[in-house]
Structures are given as structure tokens and as C-alpha cells.
Design a protein around this ligand. Structure first.
Ligand code: HEM
Length: 127
């Protein structure tokens, strides 16, 4: 019989990161770093953080090849009216890296994750 296709590719970034628990750990640490960062935390003052957490987990899980569907808004819509700059984006990425270092994501996997989000810069900045 033909083996059934697995729902989640065993070699996906999702699997190599450590699945859902690992993604939740990364998102929680990232939110902590961003929230503690006086340079950008003002943007989040009216944000429902549990909501943002859920959407970030979905988005990273889906982008990494995991069994999730992102149910949030487009990046343009989510960041519209914020007028984010390249500098803001760089600070955000800096906080993500600090978070991934803290929870000990191996450097090569960090690079893979950042490669998924780097290309979103034009959809996030200047909206
Ligand atoms: C690639 C980089 C980024 C990704 C992947 C990302 C992802 C997201 C996601 C998934 C949401 C929720 C969408 C929704 O509400 O439907 C969101 C919202 C938000 N993002 Fe980002 N984001 C990025 C960069 C940034 C940066 C650089 C800032 C500010 C420095 C920022 C500030 C915010 C804020 C304040 C919200 C909440 C909006 C609200 O309260 O309605 N984001 N982001």
C-alpha cells in the first residue's frame, strides 16, 4: 500500500525547531523582549498581547511548515497607520535574536527563521 503522506514534513523547520512547544517558547520570549524594549514598546501599548501571541504562533508555525493556519490580518493591514521605519524593524529583529539566544535556538535555525521574516520588511515598514 502507498504510505500516506505525513501531515507535517519530518524535516520541516517546524519539526527541527521542536514543534509547537518550541515555537510557543520563542514567541513568549520575543514578546517579553519587545515589551521590555523602550525603543519600540510604545507601539504595543493598546495591543491585546494574548491575541498577538496566538497570531504570532500561528504565523511562525505555518511559515515553518507546521500544521497551522494563520488567521490574522495581512502584514500591510496589521501594521497600517503605524508608519514603522526600517530602524523600528531592525530593533524588532534585534529583540527576536535576543529572545532566540535566550531560549537557545541553535544559530542555523535562527537564520532559517529570520529568512522567513526578513522578506516581510516592505509589507511592515511605512504602512
Ligand atoms: C517581520 C516582522 C513582523 C512580523 C512577522 C509581525 C507580525 C505581526 C502579526 C502576526 C501581528 C498580528 C496581526 C493581526 O492583528 O491580525 C502583528 C501586529 C502588530 N505588530 Fe507586527 N510584525 C512584524 C514587525 C513589527 C514591528 C517592527 C513592529 C513595531 C516595532 C510591529 C508592531 C506590531 C503591533 C503594534 C501590532 C498590533 C497591532 C494591533 O494592536 O492591532 N510589528 N504583527
Amino acid at each position: 500500500a502507498t504510505p500516506q503522506k505525513p501531515a507535517v514534513d519530518k524535516n520541516s523547520l517546524y519539526q527541527r525547531l521542536g514543534g509547537m512547544p518550541a515555537i510557543e517558547t520563542v514567541v513568549d520570549a520575543s514578546i517579553r523582549h519587545i515589551h521590555g524594549d523602550l525603543r519600540i514598546n510604545i507601539f504595543f501599548e493598546n495591543t491585546d498581547i494574548p491575541d498577538l501571541r496566538r497570531l504570532l504562533v500561528e504565523q511562525i508555525c505555518a511559515a515553518a511548515g507546521g500544521p497551522c493556519t494563520y488567521t490574522g490580518r495581512s502584514m500591510e493591514e496589521a501594521h497600517s497607520g503605524m508608519n514603522l521605519t526600517d530602524k523600528d524593524f531592525d530593533i524588532f529583529v534585534e529583540d527576536l535574536i535576543a529572545a532566540m539566544n535566550e531560549v537557545q535556538v541553535p544559530a542555523p535555525l535562527q537564520q532559517e527563521l529570520l529568512a522567513l521574516f526578513g522578506p516581510m520588511r516592505p509589507q511592515v515598514v511605512g504602512q
